[in-house]
Design a protein around this ligand. Sequence first.
Ligand code: SF4
Length: 345
Amino acid sequence: MTVDRVLLASPRGFCAGVEMAIKALAWMVRAFEPPVYCYHEIVHNQLVVQRFEESGVVFVDDIGEVPPGRPIMLSAHGSAPEVVAAARDRGGYVVDAVCPLVTKVHHEVKTRAGKGYQIVYVGHEGHEEAVGTMAVAPDAIHRVETPDEVAALPQFETPVAVLAQTTLSHREWAGVVEATKEKFPQLWQPERSDLCFATTNRQTALMAIAPQCDAMVVIGSANSSNTNALASLATEAGCPRVFRINGPDELPDDITGTVGVTAGASAPEDLVRSVIARLSPANGVEEVQVTDEDEYFPPPRNLRELLSAVDAVASVMLPTPETPAALDDRNIDASDVLESLHRHG
Ligand code: SF4
C-alpha cells in the first residue's frame, strides 16, 4: 500500500443524535446493575454495539425478551408507538433515545394523518427508522423508494403529504419528491426537508474531496443508511474506487495515490484514527472542513432527571479520576465515553 496523502472530510462521524444516544446508554450502564436492555442496536455500528455488549448491555429485537422490571433503552432510530408502550408495560425504567429529528418526522406523520392526509414516505424498506415512523399512522402512510413506486400509487381522493427518512441522500430523495409532485400537484411538504443537517453536512464534505481522490474510504456498518448514502455519492461523484469498511482490517492492500476518508454518523473517531494509521500516507493528512457543526442534543428528559443519581452511583461503581460527571453531559465526548467503557468494561 503506497498512499500519497489522505484528504479527511469534516464533518464526519458521530452526529448530535448518535452522541446523545451513546452517552445516554452509557449513563444507564453506570446507573443500573447489569444487564441493561436495549431495543435494537443503539446505533448502526458494530464496534459501538460490541463495546456496550462487553459492558453488560443486551440488545434485543423483541421487547418480550426483556425480563419484567429491567431497565430498557430504545434506540436512536425511533420506535413504533406500540413498542414504546410494550417497553413501559415491562415495569422497568425506560429511556427513549430517539433522535429529536426523527421525533419531528413522527410528529409530522401524526399531525398530517390526523388532518386526513395520505402520506407518501420516502424511506428504505426494513430500516428501523422507516419501520418506526410508518407505525405512527400505518393506515395513512405509503412507503416508496423510486419514481416508479410513486407512479404505482393510487390517485388519492384526500390531500397528500410527502415526508422522508432523515438519513437519505439528497439524490435519493429529490427524484422521488419530483415524481410525487408531478402526480399530486397540491402536495404538502414540510418547510424544511426531513433530511437532517448531519446527513447533509457529511455529504457536502465528501463532495468537496471526492473529485480529487483516487480512492474514497467510507467508514461505517453495512446497515447504516447514511454510510451507504455516502458511499453511493462518492461513486456518483466519479471517484474511481470506493470502499465501505467497518475498520482498518478491511482496507484493500492495493490502495494508492490520494485517498479520501470519511465516516458515517454512527462510526467512532477511533476507527478513523486506526484507518489513517493503516493507510500511513507519505505526505500526511489534510483535513477539509466545509462547515462547523456544533449541534447538541441533551439527554432524554427522564434520564436528565436521573443524572444526579447517576453521578452518585458512577462515583461508587467507577471510582476513577477520569470518570466524567453526568451533569456535565454537554462537554463530554461520546467517543471518550466509549473508550472509557472499553477500559473499564
Ligand atoms: S443522522 Fe441525523 S437524524 Fe440520524 S441520529 Fe444523527 S442527527 Fe439524528
